[in-house]
Each structure stands twice: as structure tokens, then as C-alpha cells.
Write a protein that binds this ligand. Structure first.
Ligand SMILES: [Zn+2]
Length: 274
């Protein structure tokens, strides 16, 4: 179910991972961001987006914040919309994501009428930070995946960041701890230069107002700095993970500990310069 949290900005969290689908409508067009995971969610995203675009007689675009499986599942439902991604789109990660989606659906007996069977169609590639598309400014993000895309929507002053600055998961580092750290610095600069009024992370709830937004950044930075420091002082990922586990809200939940351990493996590798 979509909720309009600012004029022309609608959010629908998925039942899986609370993955946020965002729909932006302004005078330049309608943009549907990470269009849902389960088919009901995808259909709701499509009907809202198509209706808004038809009523305003503006173009409809789909934007994918990155190539992970919970973000691309809805892409086949939009055959007529231009698909926007970052120019660094990681085709190998997308292939793994399609396989992960096939396995997830198979394991849970999920039937789809619009399955993602082949590569996602990509029509518009964003290559430079600050590039404009309609009423949005776009930026590359790196560290979770290498192909992340964040955007600032001028009319609502919403900063939509993909899988960063979440309130329900600590930083998930899939490609590089130092690259992730650099992305947090980029966000620091964007908060200073753009002054966003709200922040949408693609997992969990939005942060409203500059104080809450800054707190999100601080929380991610504290965790990552503790992880990097522990990794510099440890010989094994297990030791680095144990030393830094308290840096995320006092303790990493047991069901996410393996992800934390994987972060430590990547941090040790990065610090060793491998
Ligand atoms: Zn995700």
C-alpha cells in the first residue's frame, strides 16, 4: 500500500526486507524507483505510476538503485517505461541476482506472471555525479554494490539513497569497506550542499528533518569506523567481527551476524590492500 509522505512522493515498503518502492511525480514526469518485490506490490507500483503519468500526460520512467535481486524483480512489469540505472551497472551482479531471485521464488513456491527471465533492459545510463534527469539530481554510490544510484528530488527535497543509511540494517558491504566509507563521505557532502528535508533508504522507514538524517549518517559511520579500526587491530575476520559487534546499537542481532562477519572479511582484505 502506497503512502504519500510529501506532495508527489509515494512510498510502499515490501513485505520482504521492507524494500521501499518510491514513486515520484512532478511536472517533468513520473519515476518509479525499485518497483516492488512480490507481484501484488509490483502491480500496485505500476498502477499508481501509470495513472499519475497518464493524468499529468508526462513520461513514465523506472529507476533501479542497484542490481540486487530485491530491487530489480519488478522491472519486467514496465515494458514501456525507460529504465534508468547508473552507467557502472554490474552485469555480473545482476546475473547473480536473477539466479538468487529464481532460487528464492522456487524455494518459496512463488509464482509470477511477469518473471525476470533475462537481462534488465537499460535505457538511460547516468554517468556523472550531479547529472540532472527531470527534477532529480543523480549520484553514484559504491561499497554496497559497485553500481549504486542515489537521487535528490528538488520539489520535495528528498534524498533517496538505495541500500545506505537504513534504520533496519547496518551497512552491508558487498564490494569494498573503504569504498563504502567514501560513499558515506559523499553523503556528508550532499547533506551539506543540498540540505535534504527527508531521506529515503531503500530498506526501512524514511528519516524526516536534518537532525534525523544526520543521525542516520552518524550511525552508519560509527559502525563502519569501528569495523575498520577493529580490522586494523585483528588477525582474523572472526576477531575483527567480535571486537566491532557492539558498534551497531550495542550488538549485532544473531540472525545478521554472518553479514557482519562478511563485512569484517572484506575490511581485512581492503586494509591488506588485496
Ligand atoms: Zn536491498
Amino acid at each position: 500500500m502506497f503512502r504519500e509522505i510529501a506532495p508527489g512522493l509515494y512510498l510502499q515498503p515490501s513485505l520482504l526486507y521492507q524494500t521501499q518502492c518510491a514513486v515520484l511525480a512532478d511536472r517533468s514526469g513520473v519515476m518509479c524507483i525499485d518497483p516492488g518485490f512480490f507481484e501484488e506490490e509490483i502491480l500496485a507500483a505500476r498502477s499508481l505510476s501509470v495513472r499519475l503519468a497518464r493524468e499529468a500526460r508526462t513520461p513514465l520512467r523506472v529507476l533501479l538503485t542497484h542490481s540486487d535481486f530485491d530491487h530489480i524483480a519488478g522491472a519486467p512489469a514496465f515494458p514501456d517505461a525507460a529504465v534508468v540505472t547508473h552507467a557502472t551497472w554490474d552485469e555480473r551482479n545482476e546475473a547473480r541476482a536473477r539466479d538468487a531471485l529464481r532460487r528464492f521464488d522456487g524455494e518459496h513456491y512463488i509464482a509470477r506472471t511477469m518473471p525476470l527471465t533475462g537481462p534488465v533492459r537499460r535505457d538511460i545510463a547516468i554517468a556523472a555525479d550531479g547529472e540532472e534527469l527531470g527534477e532529480c539530481l543523480l549520484y553514484h554510490t559504491d561499497g554496497h554494490t559497485s553500481d549504486g544510484l542515489a537521487l535528490f528530488h528538488r520539489p520535495t527535497r528528498a534524498l533517496i539513497v538505495g541500500d545506505y543509511l537504513s534504520d533496519c540494517e547496518f551497512p552491508f558491504i558487498d564490494v569494498g569497506a573503504l569504498r563504502y566509507r567514501a560513499t558515506l563521505e559523499k553523503f556528508q557532502g550532499l547533506l551539506a550542499s543540498l540540505g535534504p528535508a527527508l531521506l529515503v533508504s531503500q530498506h526501512g522507514t524514511p528519516a524526516l528533518g536534518s537532525v534525523a538524517i544526520a543521525a542516520r549518517l552518524d550511525e552508519s559511520r560509527r559502525y563502519l569506523d569501528a569495523l575498520l579500526q577493529a580490522s586494523a587491530q585483528s588477525d582474523t575476520p572472526a576477531e575483527a567481527a567480535r571486537r566491532s559487534a557492539g558498534a551497531w546499537r550495542g550488538a549485532i542481532p544473531d540472525y545478521l551476524y554472518e553479514r557482519h562477519l562478511e563485512n569484517a572479511r572484506i575490511a581485512l582484505r581492503d586494509l591488506a590492500g588485496a
